[in-house]
Design a protein around this ligand. Structure first.
Ligand SMILES: [Fe+2]
Ligand SMILES: [Fe+2]
Length: 277
C-alpha cells in the first residue's frame, strides 16, 4: 500500500518530469550565441585560464551524465526493496530524462568553449578519482546522497555565480537554461531522498550517513588539492562559502527528516569544510 506521503511525492516527481518535458531546449538554437561578449573581453589572460579550468571541469562532469545515470537506474533495480518502492518507476523516468539534460549541458559547454576559443583542459586527477566512484555500479544509496545533496546543489550554485558575473552575454544565456535544469535535479533529491529513506531497509542508512560525512570531509579537500580552488578564487567564486552554505542547507534538510527516517545526528559538518578549504 502506498502511504499518503509517498503518493504526494509521486505527484511532485510527476510535476518535475512534466516541467522537464516542457522546457527542453536546444543548445545550438536556443542559446543566444550572438549576445554581447563585452564582460568576457575584459578578462585578463589569467582570468581566461581560470574560466577555462572551471568550464572544463563542468564539461567533464556533464559529459559522463549518461554513464552515471545508467548506473543509478541499475542500482535502483538491484535495490532489494525496489519492487515495493513507491517511487521506483518515477525515479527511473527521472534518471532517463536527466541523462538528456546532462547531455544538453555537455553539448552547450562544448559550444561555449568553442565560442570563447578555449581548448578543453585535460581531465584532472581529482575528477578522475571522483568519477570512478560515480560510475561504479554499487553504492546506490551513497551516490544518491553524493549526487543530489552535494554535486547538483554545488553545481547549481557555481552556475548562478558564473551567470551573475557575465550578465547579458552568451554565458548568461547558456547558464540561464542550465540552471533551470539543475534546479529540477536538486528538486528530485528533495522529493526522492526522504521517501527513499523511509522505504529503504534500515541497514542502508549507515551507507547514506557515511556518504554524507565522507563527502563533507573529502569534497572540499579534493577541491583544495586540485587547481580548481585557485581557478574559482581567481574568478571571484567563493567556493568556501558555497561549500559552507551548501552543507548547512543539506544538514538542515537531513535534520528535517521525520525522526523515524533520520540517519544523521551530528550537526553542521560545514565546520569541517571551512577548516579544510
Ligand atoms: Fe548538468
Ligand atoms: Fe545536473
Amino acid at each position: 500500500m502506498v502511504s499518503a506521503d509517498a503518493a504526494a511525492s509521486v505527484g511532485k516527481l510527476d510535476k518535475l518530469l512534466e516541467h522537464g518535458r516542457k522546457t527542453v531546449w536546444n543548445p545550438a538554437q536556443d542559446v543566444d550565441w550572438a549576445a554581447s561578449s563585452k564582460a568576457l573581453e575584459k578578462l585578463s589572460a589569467g582570468d581566461r585560464q581560470a574560466l577555462r579550468s572551471v568550464l572544463s571541469l563542468v564539461y567533464y562532469s556533464d559529459s559522463q551524465g549518461r554513464e552515471i545515470l545508467t548506473s543509478m537506474c541499475r542500482g535502483l533495480d538491484r535495490d532489494p526493496g525496489s519492487r515495493e518502492h513507491p517511487l521506483a518507476e518515477k525515479a527511473h523516468e527521472f534518471f532517463v530524462q536527466q541523462m538528456d539534460d546532462e547531455h544538453r549541458h555537455a553539448t552547450g559547454l562544448l559550444l561555449l568553449l568553442d565560442r570563447m576559443r578555449f581548448e578543453l583542459e585535460p581531465r584532472a586527477f581529482s575528477h578522475r578519482f571522483l568519477s570512478r566512484f560515480l560510475v561504479a555500479d554499487r553504492l546506490f544509496d551513497a551516490k544518491l546522497v553524493l549526487l543530489y545533496w552535494y554535486i547538483e546543489v554545488l553545481a547549481k550554485e557555481i552556475f548562478v555565480e558564473l551567470k551573475k558575473k557575465f550578465p547579458e552575454t552568451y554565458v548568461d544565456s547558456l547558464f540561464t537554461r542550465i540552471i533551470r535544469d539543475e534546479a529540477r535535479h536538486v528538486g528530485f533529491g528533495e522529493v526522492f531522498i526522504p521517501t527513499h529513506v523511509a522505504t529503504t531497509q534500515k541497514l542502508k542508512r549507515p551507507q547514506m550517513a557515511t556518504a554524507y560525512y565522507a563527502t563533507a570531509a573529502a569534497l572540499p579537500g579534493l577541491f583544495r588539492v586540485s587547481h580548481y580552488a585557485r581557478a574559482g578564487a581567481r574568478l571571484g567564486l567563493d567556493l568556501r562559502g558555497m561549500f559552507s552554505n551548501g552543507m548547512n542547507d543539506i544538514t538542515d534538510k537531513a535534520l528535517r527528516l521525520p525522526a523515524r527516517q533520520r540517519f544523521l545526528d551530528l550537526k553542521r559538518p560545514s565546520i569541517w569544510a571551512s577548516a579544510l578549504l
